[in-house]
Design a protein around this ligand. Structure first.
Ligand code: IDC
Length: 476
């Protein structure tokens, strides 16, 4: 009897084990692909297989060849479950390191697509032309690549093809170059895969999305691509999107950034302009992918270099862009954590602190392996526009050592003209966590700053600050 009971138990646990493994990547609920099946384009609208409108939201990878480590099922699962992504764009640069290289990297694409299939996400196979602004330059390679992809994925509803990221250059006109290129490539794809949606780049780095209206493509399930960067592009580009839609062109935003298009290091994110843009595209039900999942040190990178390739990121692993975009994908208007830093990245620009005599403490940390260290006369300052934001909360943890009577840390904020005191912190021998609410004058303030100031009488005193977050709500 005990034996039978045990083998019964073993069988049950094997069955449960298999079921658990199957559920790990699909999750309990239906995935977006299970729910919607094969996509189709009806009028200007992306629809599911029942003809109901769908809006996909998600992240573009910067380069699956360089950052392919992150294109794995665990990472995609995190992007799906924590961020709410329904689409991943796998960018494969045609030219990189000064040479044509896409054909060598088909395996990276296949791996990325498989990770999306395993996690039930839609995935865009992006032929990422950029330096090679004329798609005709590697047309033969593009055709061979997309024939391979179509043969592999013709029966896979997860897949969308993007055949030329950003055509650019004066001679690269719609009717003269891009349309003839698209006709050839689409014809070859359609011989193999008759249904999966195909995205077509438009002139001038995919900003002139209305230009094809005068001379559209004659295929089904085609969408025209628009790209924008909220720190660079404004109402001109939005008007072109509206013109395109009014002329009956389906539009897909396969890449947008909450930063400037050029990856300059001035202002990193543009929350106000980003809200304006995202309201605009969400009102029109347009699908989108944000640039980008990468740990590269650049404003549009969503991840700091400490972010593990398997996901599981805490907010301190995300850059300002990553934090803002995550909240947008999740559809959050309140309790937005728009800045989170735990100093693991030292002077890595993602934290962008102004540290006057403050340093990094590697011996003490509330979590991780580093914190900011204040000594006599040091300050730690963060500048962060709160435009279009309200109810600013500051969260942090701190610990002191060697304080004499009268030593303190001042927390101050800048109202645009003067520094105001928020709180005076006393000695604390253990880590002590705080959330402080800022007064209303801190709302909607383009010149907002925040600082920790060491009010220490001698060199013996020090304070460590860690896990700093700024939390806020949208104003409107
Ligand atoms: C940028 C990357 C950057 C890289 C550069 C060239 O962020 O790390 O050095 O490409 O490879 C685009 C392009 C996209 C750009 C992005 C940001 O589609 O490839 O990525 N951008 O500059 N169009 C407008 C902006």
């Amino acid at each position: 009897m005990p034996l039978r009971k045990n083998s019964f138990k073993v069988i049950i646990s094997i069955i449960l084990g298999i079921a658990a493994a199957a559920l790990l990547f699909s999750g309990c609920a239906q995935t977006v692909v299970q729910k919607n099946g094969r996509l189709q384009v009806i009028g200007t609208q992306l629809c599911n297989e029942r003809g109901e409108p769908v809006q996909l939201k998600g992240m573009s990878f910067m380069d699956i060849a360089w950052f392919g480590d992150y294109a794995n099922p665990e990472c995609f699962k995190w992007l799906r479950d924590d961020w709410g992504c329904t689409v991943i764009r796998a960018a494969l640069y045609t030219v990189g390191d000064g040479r044509f290289r896409a054909s060598d990297e088909e395996d990276d694409m296949i791996k990325a697509v498989q990770a999306a299939i395993d996690t039930g996400l839609y995935v865009i196979i992006d032929w990422h032309i950029l330096y090679d602004g004329n798609p005709m330059e590697y047309k033969a390679e593009a055709i061979s690549f997309f024939k391979d992809m179509a043969a592999l994925y013709k029966d896979t509803p997860n897949v969308l093809y993007e055949i030329c990221n950003e055509p650019n250059g004066d001679e690269v006109t719609w009717s003269g170059v891009i349309k003839p290129y698209a006709e050839e490539v689409i014809t070859e794809i359609r011989k193999i895969d008759q249904y999966n949606v195909i995205l077509v780049g438009t002139p001038h780095w995919s900003q002139f999305v209305d230009v094809p209206a005068a001379d559209p493509l004659d295929f089904d399930n085609i969408m025209y691509v628009n790209h924008f960067y909220t720190g660079t592009h404004g109402s001109d580009v939005r008007n072109r999107i509206d013109n395109a839609l009014q002329a009956g062109l389906p539009v897909f935003i396969s890449e947008w950034g909450a930063t400037e298009a050029e990856q300059n290091t001035g202002t990193w994110v543009f929350p106000v302009e980003t809200f304006t843009w995202l309201d605009f595209i969400n009102e029109r039900g347009l699908s989108w992918a944000n640039w980008s999942i990468t740990i590269r040190k650049e404003p549009s990178a969503a991840l700091k270099h400490i972010a593990a390739s398997e996901g599981g990121w805490d907010l301190g692993d995300l850059t300002e862009s990553g934090l803002l975009v995550r909240s947008l994908i999740r559809g959050q208007d309140t309790s937005l954590v728009l800045f989170a830093d735990s100093f693991e990245t030292e002077n890595y620009s993602a934290g962008r602190w102004d540290m006057q005599d403050a340093t990094i403490n590697h011996d003490e940390a509330s979590e991780g392996y580093a914190a900011a260290l204040l000594k006599k006369q040091s300050t730690l300052t963060k500048t962060f526009s709160t435009k279009a934001l309200k109810n600013i909360r500051l969260q942090f943890t701190y610990k002191t050592e060697g304080f004499s009577a009268g030593d303190y840390i001042d927390i101050e904020w800048f109202d645009g003209n003067n520094w105001q005191q928020l709180k005076k912190l006393e000695a604390s021998s253990g880590w002590s966590e705080h959330t402080l609410s800022l007064p209303q004058q801190a709302d909607n303030n383009a010149r907002f700053q925040l600082r920790f100031v060491a009010g220490f009488s001698g060199q013996a005193a020090s304070a460590s600050i860690d896990e700093v977050e700024l939390i806020m709500d949208r104003l409107n």
